[in-house]
Design a protein around this ligand. Structure first.
Ligand code: FAD
Length: 356
């Protein structure tokens, strides 16, 4: 039986634990400790609720790719909750500061979960059988010895460790570890603040913009706003709700919107809606989320520095997250499966070495 530690219980860490557990059926045997600094699961996946409607305060779109989030939802029994983009919604637009243009969107099939994307981390956690989840347990120290990984004050070293932390948190942890860390340092991050607001159905006199799923905003517009989503137009299950639900995303390059107060964010949100969609009745509900350094800006020439080959004679170290394959949930999930297979190879080689 191998002991595996995973640090971070966002979608990457939870999927890594799930994938390792699924591989147990193929002869692998591991006890997992999953450490999470905060008091909740899911990381940037956060769902607020207005009149029983799920309003996403982080990601809202699940892109359907092989071994991606849609497949994972089916595996977890969440398939019936998957809903697609409304057939009546018009595609997103691009705003450059002076006018609206069609946004050259990549054709993808997107879904969301009717009862909220927070169902995904919650159900993943409920499915885990060989994993102990330690909430409010930040790992601030990590040291390697021939016996394994020493984390904070945990007595027993772990022979294997998977880092499922944002790259912005990796630097300090890797300081005492004999691995290449130059690639982490290279990654810059952007932060986002999200304002979600609900309006009564007749609040806007001009509804032409509201028929689109949303807007991408060019940095040339110099508004601080990066995007806007009309959630109630975009998703089929929200389109008949009688409410208008809109999200604005704040945090252009060089700005730190997570420092802005709720009052400032509310005022910016209302001003921008008046500018873009015209006069409207005041919001009837608002929620705010702050995602500090949550969007890694991976350099275009970035090459993943770790080879697939592994050495069973040294403690195992793996990495999962949006900097590895790509930034989306589907990339994070794919990276976690990739890492689980790599870990399984290592564990099998270790078992063989111990037997011989
Ligand atoms: C605003 C926003 C909108 C997005 N929209 C979409 C979308 O619509 N579709 C899509 O596919 N992708 C989207 N993404 C990207 C996607 O959501 C993320 O890439 C993905 O959720 C990252 O998951 P993660 O588990 O790697 O990291 P995180 O979600 O950041 O989780 C990392 C976890 O590690 C924990 N942690 C940090 N430090 C420590 C420590 N020292 N010890 C223990 N635990 C620690 C954190 O508390 C957190 O829970 C969006 C991202 C953002 C920020």
């Amino acid at each position: 039986m191998t002991r595996l530690a995973i640090i971070g219980a966002g979608i990457s860490g939870l999927t890594a634990a799930y994938a390792v557990e699924q591989l147990q059926a193929e002869g692998l045997s591991a006890e997992i400790d999953l450490f999470e600094a905060s008091d909740r699961l899911g990381g940037v996946i956060q769902t607020a609720r207005y009149k029983g409607l799920a309003v996403e305060m982080g990601p809202d779109s699940l892109v359907d790719r092989p071994r991606g989030p849609v497949e994972l939802c089916h595996r977890l029994g969440l398939g019936e909750q998957l809903v697609g983009v409304s057939a009546t919604a018009k595609p997103p637009l691009m705003y450059d500061g002076s006018g609206f243009e069609p946004y050259p969107a990549v054709e993808t099939r997107s879904f969301t979960l009717a009862q909220g994307l927070d169902q995904l981390p919650k159900t993943l956690a409920q499915t885990l059988r060989h994993t102990t989840i330690h909430l409010r347990h930040a790992i601030n120290e990590c040291r390697m010895s021939p016996d394994g990984w020493h984390l904070n004050d945990v007595d027993d070293p772990y022979p294997a460790l998977i880092m499922a932390l944002p790259a912005s948190r990796l630097g300090p942890l890797l300081r005492g570890v004999p691995v290449d860390t130059e690639w982490v340092v290279q990654i810059r991050h952007q932060s986002r603040a999200i304002v979600a607001a609900a309006y009564d159905g007749d609040s806007f006199s001009d509804t032409s913009l509201l028929q689109h799923t949303g807007l991408m905003v060019s940095p040339d517009a110099k508004l601080g706003l990066t995007a806007l989503t009309w959630l109630s137009s975009k998703w089929a299950h929200l389109s008949g709700s009688g409410s208008i639900i809109c999200r604005t995303f704040w945090g252009a390059t060089g700005q730190n919107p997570v420092d802005w107060s709720d009052a400032e964010l509310r005022s910016r949100h209302e001003d921008i809606l008046t500018k873009l969609a015209g006069p409207h009745a005041p919001m009837v509900w608002m929620a705010v989320a702050r995602h500090e350094n949550a969007l890694p800006q991976v350099p275009s020439l970035f090459k993943w520095p770790y080879p697939d080959s592994i050495n069973p004679e040294v403690p195992y170290l793996g990495f999962v997250g949006p900097y590895r394959i790509g930034p989306g949930l589907s990339d994070c999930i794919a990276a976690s499966w990739e890492e689980a297979y790599r870990y399984a190879d290592w564990a099998r080689q270790l078992a063989m070495a111990e037997r011989s």
